[in-house]
Write a protein that binds this ligand. Structure first.
Ligand SMILES: [Mg+2]
Length: 277
């Protein structure tokens, strides 16, 4: 675990003073699960379940906040079973899917989700023509219910392909009243009314959190990074953890702690659990 500054270390120390009242929130892909070529094949890190369970009875709540549908993240992380075990030990697990548009908790064990945003169906109908025109007809289009993700990871030059299609896809999204969320070899189109920062703020308020840790690795996590920093400026102890990746080096500048991959997330969670006992 590496602190980005002396002030960052002080933020961590402040957080350690309020661990029983803290909420620990984490992105899923790249943060708890290694990034793989086929997004459908992602699985939670081998030691993540153990590290998350270690927070049960130690912190107030644990949340996974992901762009994925909640159902997917729950399946890929065996989070239903994990949540039951955590709840037995006195801490609830939350899964906020689709950037907070869906919510699952180990207390309720069902997914609550709103209707798909207006404009998404017509966006999807017009998308293939836009991709063909951008010479990216082979991009992988993932329907996520409340969002559509266009992946270039399997194309010959993913970064170049993403640069080529991002503008046209953003234009199409704007015409249908939708927003785009750029990521690593992916651009995601969804309703603009929710992001991870807003989702995190709502959970913290509901849980009456006395501190917060948020960890993420991608551009979709920036809103949550900024939420933690803004709340901290208002007096709530908070720590931003960046799971470093070569694709998004700028994210580390917003972070207090930089870790390497999901294995680094596990190390951080274990340090937190050890200090909270
Ligand atoms: Mg991620």
């Amino acid at each position: 675990m590496e602190f980005t500054s002396d002030a960052a270390r002080e933020h961590w120390d402040s957080l350690l003073g309020v661990v029983p009242g803290a909420v620990v929130a984490l992105d899923f892909d790249g943060t708890l699960s290694p990034v793989v070529d086929d997004p459908a094949a992602a699985r939670i890190h081998d030691e993540a379940a153990d590290a998350l369970t270690g927070l049960a009875g130690v912190v107030r709540a644990v949340a996974v906040i992901t762009g994925r549908p909640a159902r997917q993240a729950i399946a890929m992380g065996d989070l239903d079973e994990l949540g039951l075990e955590m709840r037995r030990r006195g801490t609830d697990l939350f899964v906020l899917g689709q950037y907070g548009n869906e919510r699952w908790s180990s207390a309720e064990r069902r997914i609550v989700s709103p209707r798909p945003p207006a404009g998404l169906a017509s966006f999807e109908r017009e998308l293939p023509a836009v991709l063909r025109a951008a010479d990216a007809a082979d991009a992988y289009v993932e329907e996520k219910g409340l969002a559509v993700a266009v992946h270039t990871r399997r194309l010959p030059d993913p970064a170049e392909a993403l640069a080529r299609l991002s503008g046209p896809v953003a234009g199409l999204a704007a015409r249908h009243g939708l927003t785009v969320e750029p990521g690593r070899h992916v651009v995601e189109v969804r309703s603009g009314s929710m992001d991870k920062g807003q989702a995190l703020r709502m959970l913290l308020a509901e849980q009456q959190a006395e501190g917060v840790v948020f960890g993420g690795d991608d551009l979709g996590d920036v809103a949550a990074f900024e939420a933690v920093r803004a709340l901290r400026a208002d007096g709530l102890p908070g720590v931003v953890v960046c799971v470093a990746s070569e694709e998004q080096p700028a994210l580390a500048e917003l972070a207090d702690v930089v870790v390497e991959g999901p294995g680094g997330t596990v190390t951080m969670l274990r340090a937190l659990a050890a200090r909270g006992r």
